[in-house]
Write a protein that binds this ligand. Sequence first.
Ligand SMILES: NC(=O)c1ccc[n+]([C@@H]2O[C@H](COP(=O)([O-])OP(=O)(O)OC[C@H]3O[C@@H](n4cnc5c(N)ncnc54)[C@H](O)[C@@H]3O)[C@@H](O)[C@H]2O)c1
Length: 337
Amino acid sequence: MRYLVTGDAGFIGFHVARRLLAEGHAVLGLDALTDYYDVDLKHRRLAILGGAPGFRHVTMALEDHATLFQLMGEFRPDRVIHLAAQAGVRYSIENPRAYISANVVGTFNLLEACRAHPVQHLLLASTSSAYGANDKYPFEETDPSVHPITLYAATKGSTELMAHCYAHLFGTPTTAFRFFTVYGPWGRPDMAYFLFTRKILEGQPIEIFNHGEAWRDFTYIDDLVTSILRLAELPPPLADARTGHTALPGDTLSPVAPYRLVNIGGGQPERVSELVSELEKALGLEAVKVLKPLPPGDVVKTFASAALLEALTGQKPSTPLSAGIPQFVRWYRSHYN
Ligand SMILES: NC(=O)c1ccc[n+]([C@@H]2O[C@H](COP(=O)([O-])OP(=O)(O)OC[C@H]3O[C@@H](n4cnc5c(N)ncnc54)[C@H](O)[C@@H]3O)[C@@H](O)[C@H]2O)c1
């Protein structure tokens, strides 16, 4: 298969591209190498991918629609996995424009490119943040998600809606997935597990929000990649009661488009203080903890319903923090000596 992977220099895109290449697929990766965090880390990820046959990377912003159209026309992907984005909840309060540009304009350009050069399946990353102020647990894909509390969430919700329109109008089979706090080797330096590791090693205090009463449904990267690649094999059909395509309980298959929304999370939320304990164990050091109130835009808890993912793929993320965090720490120590 020929896969276009956007955001291949990013944390998740790198792992997805690496697995695809290991399975013998051809991958064209597009990434702007933005300086939201350490660009050297992105170059190092690309250096690993660069050694694989069947891989090509182009450094470009998705806002450059002319180049995007040209590359889509040349490469003619069978499937597109769209992971490039301006990520991060807190930064969207500081620099909202980056989110409109990368997430709304960038995704719109990609949808237009898929309209011009139709693909078998378009898969795009949304986020648990799209559930916004929802406090009904677990978060089910059928829950209303109309109360986003950050512009990050609003832009990601917009990409889901735009993709649904394109699936309806132009028939592109589309799966949107909502990720839940993904972590692991080669991870994102702005995320808590990464920041905490650096600070604990440097003997600096770490800030724990909502005075320790916050929960996240942590997802280990290898589990996430497995879920994405299994979903890639399942382009949503156009729902039709006669063909039984809507028979799966809790399915989010649109009645008017070959479009489905799926959580990728294990449904096992853990206290953030549990994350800190696992880091302390793996690092062999005790953290200096400062308890803080919840910052604006953060939610107290994320909790995925994994029922639809499991029904579709027979799998759900299940690596516990006690297994995933030591993997991350091992990588961190070797990467940063
Ligand atoms: N990591 C998580 O826990 C998590 C949770 C929910 C959703 N997501 C979503 O998953 C996707 C991947 O996230 P990640 O953690 O790998 O983030 P990341 O920041 O490591 O990767 C995103 C990549 O996109 C690139 N990029 C940004 N703007 C671009 C643009 N305009 N054009 C081209 N490339 C651009 C960046 O350079 C970066 O390499 C994102 O869509 C993110 O919103 C991630």
